[in-house]
Design a protein around this ligand. Structure first.
Ligand code: NAP
Length: 619
């Protein structure tokens, strides 16, 4: 059956004329038909800025986090249809898992972060409050609020689900409506995911729109509160950055582009070291998962010259065992590239790399395939090249084959290797397989300025590492320079990118009212009831308790130490004895003689109250 790929704009699926037909990567048959409608970009954006934003901001961060959680659950229950479509992109079941479950997992991760760490409402006090006057009547702080525009998200073909959801989740949590433009080649999978989201009925109207096909003059209608997130080639990124309307309006652009990621075998790891084979496994996996069509895939392998032959042989042997064919088959390790055109591009880059290097093992030519009725045009065998002599100006540091291709580069000295890796002019990620901590520190010092992520693979991490190629919701994804200079994920940093940071100045009372957090010097409400005795919902910011004067004695300190497990201020002999007797331990408490002036609930920073009595007693 051929799916229709339609845009979802203004709250409805758009019908129109037939656009390009989209083909199954492995067999070549038509699997989807683009439907291109006449759209009015100004109207689409206005719908997001109006209806979409209203719906999103009708609730606060925690409620949106709950919606993301429900959506993740819903997609998890309905993902099988997505897997079926994912096969057409050339992805095996395991590849599809990275895309589909990875995307759903990212939604769930942002749901958890939003619930645990973001305040109620739509204003995120960033703090700290700093006093700006002698008498304490004027202070300042920073607050973050949702940008009053649309987040336009243009995605690459290789991760139609994950690529979409990892941009959508932080924008949604922040309170910005998203307009998603998937890459045409795999848009049927992204559109199917959006259809599930729409059918779930879990999101406010206008929170998510989908535009398939060309964007027309959409970007010309972007305004200063909008933002653009792009994943794709450096060439397209360059043209978007230079768009006159974006420049004129100062629209922020986040770019994730090409990256010539590296894997380095440290000079303290020889062929007999247990990490050596683990390194081989990591490289083979990165070359073959998604047939190497991953932004994080390893393209350059740096190896001490003395280990070059051993590594080359083991890699070539492992790559020769990779079974290519129909991605629907369980006995197939690697499917085709997304299209014959993509495979052609990869072959031409292999040919250019081979002019200055040697081919080891497979040739990049037509491989043997498992399966029936396959169209070989989109298949490229894993291809390993060797550049025996390589300087930072070599083309291997510039040419990206977006497929199962990597080059071995020998080095004589670690600093030479650092220079070669950095010749990629900025990468998403490099893995260093390293044994000694002091060697790891050296690699990090040399590589970090040129990387968005460094993955140190030592014997302890080897069993549990999530791997070179996995961007994680909690950690930043994006690299400097050639990799686009963008920053996605990284926990709540990605949410903050969709919020405007504003410095806020005023009296403590005004700052407290605006931020919902107690500010020193703001009026307090003196009460007879201890705030700790109140029900959570009865507490108000500024609730205060003044107790009678009391001298804090050494016994108090010792008791506090015994209770909290923090004995750092208990210095007397008796205290030390008490310490040894104590069985309780709490890593949280840091000081027992200086109680905090105001207790603040991290989960709901809006709910904070000063315990003024403690402060006065202690002074
Ligand atoms: P691409 O040709 O640059 O396309 C990327 C996206 O941009 C597609 O959605 C494409 O839509 C759209 N697009 C193209 N021209 C446009 C224009 N003038 N205005 C607005 N949108 C436009 O890249 P690709 O071939 O899909 O992806 C492969 C490249 O992406 C590789 O080089 C890879 O390194 C890079 N990539 C990087 C990352 C990362 O996270 N850093 C991740 C994945 C891929 P159409 O498909 O409709 O043309």
């Amino acid at each position: 059956m051929v799916d229709s790929v339609q845009s979802f704009l203004g709250g409805r699926w758009i019908s129109g004329r037939d656009g390009p037909a989209l083909h199954d990567a492995a067999h070549g048959q038509v699997v989807a038909q683009m439907v291109l409608g006449d759209i009015d970009p100004a109207q689409v954006l206005a719908y997001a800025r109006g209806q979409g934003r209203r719906g999103l901001l009708a609730v606060g961060f925690p409620e949106r986090a709950a919606m993301l959680r429900a959506l993740a659950r819903y997609l998890g229950e309905h993902k099988e249809g997505l897997y079926r479509l994912s096969l057409h992109t050339g992805a095996t079941r395991a590849d599809g898992q990275i895309d589909i479950d990875g995307g759903i997992g990212t939604l769930a991760a942002y749901a958890s972060m939003g619930a645990a760490e973001l305040p109620a409402g739509n204003l995120w006090p960033e703090g700290p409050v700093v006093s700006l006057s002698r008498k304490g009547g004027f202070a300042g702080t920073h607050v973050l609020t949702p940008r009053a525009g649309v987040a336009v998200q243009i995605n690459a073909f290789n991760f139609p689900v994950w690529g979409m959801l990892e941009k959508f989740a932080p924008a949604f949590l922040a309170g910005m409506p998203s307009l998603v433009k998937p890459a045409t080649q795999t848009s049927y999978l992204a559109a199917a995911c959006v259809r599930l989201i729409v059918d779930s009925g879990l999101l406010p109207d206008g929170a998510l729109q989908l535009l398939v096909g060309p964007v027309g003059d959409l970007l010309g209608h972007l305004q200063s509160q909008d933002m653009l997130a792009f994943t794709g080639s450096a060439d397209t990124a360059a043209s978007l950055r230079a768009h006159p309307a974006l420049l004129a309006a100062g629209v922020p652009i986040n770019v994730e582009a090409d990256s010539l990621n590296a894997a380095v075998l440290s000079d303290d790891i020889g062929p007999d070291h247990p990490l050596f084979d683990r390194f081989v496994t990591e490289v083979v996996r990165e070359m073959t998962v998604k047939a190497g069509q991953k932004c994080t895939a390893i393209r350059r392998i740096l190896v001490p010259r003395c280990s070059l032959d051993a590594l080359g042989e083991r890699l070539a042997a492992r790559l020769a065992q990779v079974r290519l064919g129909d991605p629907a088959r369980d006995d197939v390790d690697m499917g085709p590239l997304v299209s014959a055109r993509q495979a052609q591009d990869v072959r031409s880059v292999i040919a250019r790399l081979a002019e200055t290097g040697e081919l080891l093992g497979a040739t990049g030519g037509p491989p043997a395939l498992c399966g029936d009725d396959l169209d070989p045009a989109a298949f490229v065998a894993p291809t390993l090249l060797l550049a025996r002599e390589c300087d930072p100006g070599a083309r291997v540091h510039v040419l990206e084959a977006f497929g199962p291709v990597a080059s071995l580069l020998p080095y004589d000295d670690p600093d030479e290797a650092i220079a070669l890796v950095n010749a990629g002019q900025g990468s998403l990620v490099t893995t260093v397989a390293v044994g000694r901590p002091d060697r790891a520190a050296h690699w990090v010092q040399g590589l970090a300025p040129w990387h968005g992520r460094l993955h140190l693979l030592d014997a302890t991490a080897a069993d549990e590492s999530t791997g070179h190629g996995s961007p994680l919701p909690a950690l930043k994804h994006g690299g400097p320079g050639r990799a686009g200079g963008g920053e996605e994920l990284g926990g709540l940093r990605a949410v903050a990118h969709h919020l405007q940071r504003t410095a806020l100045q005023g009296s403590p009372a005004m700052l407290m009212a605006a931020t919902g957090e107690y500010v020193r010097g703001a009026p307090v409400t003196e009460q007879a009831v201890h705030p700790f005795r109140k029900h959570y919902d009865e507490l108000q910011v500024g609730d205060s308790l003044l107790t009678h004067r009391r001298t804090v004695s050494e016994a108090d300190i010792v008791n506090f130490g015994c209770l909290s497990g923090d004995f750092s201020t208990c210095t007397s002999t008796s205290s030390r004895r008490a310490n040894r007797r104590s069985a309780s331990a709490s890593p949280m408490a840091t000081s027992c003689c200086r109680p905090p002036r105001a207790f603040s609930c991290r989960r709901r920073p809006g709910r904070c109250w000063p315990i003024t009595g403690w402060t006065r007693c202690a002074s």
